[in-house]
Write a protein that binds this ligand. Structure first.
Ligand code: FPP
Length: 246
């Protein structure tokens, strides 16, 4: 039985299939506590675990988190190095529990541009959970939305060049099958923490019809109740997908 918060009663038959999070505000959360920015990222990993387990219990099929963007390389090397060490911290602390809860780890982005140890760790996490059938926890790691679209366009071009597809046959489904998210459910809900109102190059194609929620709370403060609140808000929205309400 999934948990309920009385302030945010959820209709368990209308749980979003796929929720995407822009995990923002780790640095400011730490600064407010006179701590280094990296401590905010450390605390942020705890939030990923909490939300993934609760989303799984609610029947969410996939949860994608923006862990590192193609633009994040502009940060100080020491911070970038720290973020690349987070997968170890995360898997050491939580992989066992995630496996017990049937969570499947996945990644989108240019994992091959990460240090070898980071790549190996994430790949090992994916390997150990590949057959799990619960929520798919997708790390967008060295990910950029425009980059993903360009990469997909290149794959389509190769198919055309090799005669695998006619230009006239290329439609949205065909194009989407070349994206890094191929096979994942459509994203119903996108949540960004920390009071910033931007997409920051996240899942540009996939968010076309998603509902957006921007919360003021910093990412390390997000908890189960906040997740329920976001899903509750989502359930009050009328989705029209370009049509009209009948
Ligand atoms: C933005 O906060 C957050 C990030 C750049 C993501 C940090 C990554 C994680 C919490 C998890 C990575 C975990 C794994 C397992 C790959 P910010 O630094 O931009 O915050 P600010 O806007 O307050 O400075």
């Amino acid at each position: 039985m999934a948990k309920q918060f009385k302030e945010y009663p959820l209709d368990l038959n209308r749980i979003p299939a796929h929720i995407a999070f822009i995990m923002d505000g780790n640095g400011r959360w730490a600064k407010k506590r006179m701590m280094p920015r990296t401590f905010g990222h450390h605390e942020g990993t705890k939030t990923i675990r909490t939300l993934a387990l609760e989303a799984n219990a609610l029947g969410v099929k996939a949860m994608t988190v923006y862990a590192f963007s193609t633009e994040n390389f502009k940060r100080d090397a020491s911070e970038v190095d720290y973020i690349f060490k987070l997968p170890k911290e995360f898997f050491d602390a939580y992989l066992k529990e995630l496996i017990e809860n049937n969570v499947q780890i996945m990644a989108i982005g240019h994992l091959d541009r990460a240090p070898k140890e980071t790549q190996d760790l994430i790949r090992e996490g994916m390997r150990q959970t590949a057959h799990n059938t619960g929520i798919k926890l997708v790390f967008a790691f060295i990910y950029g939305g425009r980059d993903e679209i360009v990469e997909a366009a290149k794959k389509v071009a190769v198919d055309v060049k090799e005669g695998k597809v006619d230009v006239d046959q290329i439609d949205e489904d065909y194009f989407a099958s070349k994206l890094m998210t191929a096979g994942l459910p459509e994203i119903d809900l996108m949540v960004r923490s920390s009071g910033e109102y931007r997409l920051s190059n996240f899942l540009l194609w996939q968010l076309s019809y998603s509902e957006f929620i921007f919360e003021d709370m910093y990412w390390p403060d997000f908890d189960e109740k906040e997740l329920h609140k976001c899903i509750y808000i989502y359930q009050q929205r009328q989705r029209r997908f370009g049509g009209v309400i009948k």
